[in-house]
Design a protein around this ligand. Sequence first.
Ligand SMILES: CC(C)(COP(=O)(O)OP(=O)(O)OC[C@H]1O[C@@H](n2cnc3c(N)ncnc32)[C@H](O)[C@@H]1OP(=O)(O)O)[C@@H](O)C(=O)NCCC(=O)NCCS
Length: 215
Amino acid sequence: MVAEDQAGLHARRRVERPSVEVFPCADPALIEAKKLHPELNVFRPPDRQHQALVGIAKDPDGCVTVAVDGDTIVGYAAFHRPDPFERWGKDETGGIYELGAVEVAPSYRGLGLAKRMLEASFATGRFDDKLVLATLYYWHYDLERSGLTPFRYRDLLIRLYGSVGFEPSTTNDPDIFAYPENALMVRVGPKTPEAVKASFEKLRFLSEEGPWANF
Ligand SMILES: CC(C)(COP(=O)(O)OP(=O)(O)OC[C@H]1O[C@@H](n2cnc3c(N)ncnc32)[C@H](O)[C@@H]1OP(=O)(O)O)[C@@H](O)C(=O)NCCC(=O)NCCS
């Protein structure tokens, strides 16, 4: 009931913001030149997140799509190669990418910006021959401001990512399978090589004896 009330609130808050422009895989100079909205603080304090986004955008393997209102970044979607300490970072094909974070400033939520940024990112074709994964961890969910339960929030993200071709996937990664509120989602591109898909299949169910035991 509480969650439904919140969803209703969310729907009533929808007001068009025609001034917002989306820049897919934006030039790092553009990201550097704009301010980051002070409420973009779910993952890190805004100053640090701004620097992190510039760093990802400068990386030849990175892509940061931003939603900009005037001189302010009001949302972003960041893609990068998985960190080497993660199991997905053991991929040797170079074809596995991660949708590391999507965030929209609270006053701009519910306007379809997250969806627009994801659609624009994939429309670049940059991920057509990649496999992109998204790890949904409940400790990243903005439960307080959304008013949603972890399960409803997970379902919201599954719908959002599903709208651009991600599908839920199973794994024995303890951070995912030990918490039903979490999920792993995967988007296979139209030209993703079989070797990349096979690499992902291997990594999905690594043995608990150690990350290299299955290789
Ligand atoms: C998740 C998040 C990125 C969504 O951004 P957004 O711009 O508000 O999302 P959109 O407007 O594109 O909406 C996407 C869908 O989610 C739904 N939705 C978004 N917020 C909602 C809420 N609080 N309650 C109910 N539904 C919600 C929308 O109705 C829409 O569904 P539809 O296409 O079926 O209508 C934003 O809430 C956010 O920044 N959260 C904090 C960070 C986070 O959780 N990131 C994801 C994990 S990395």
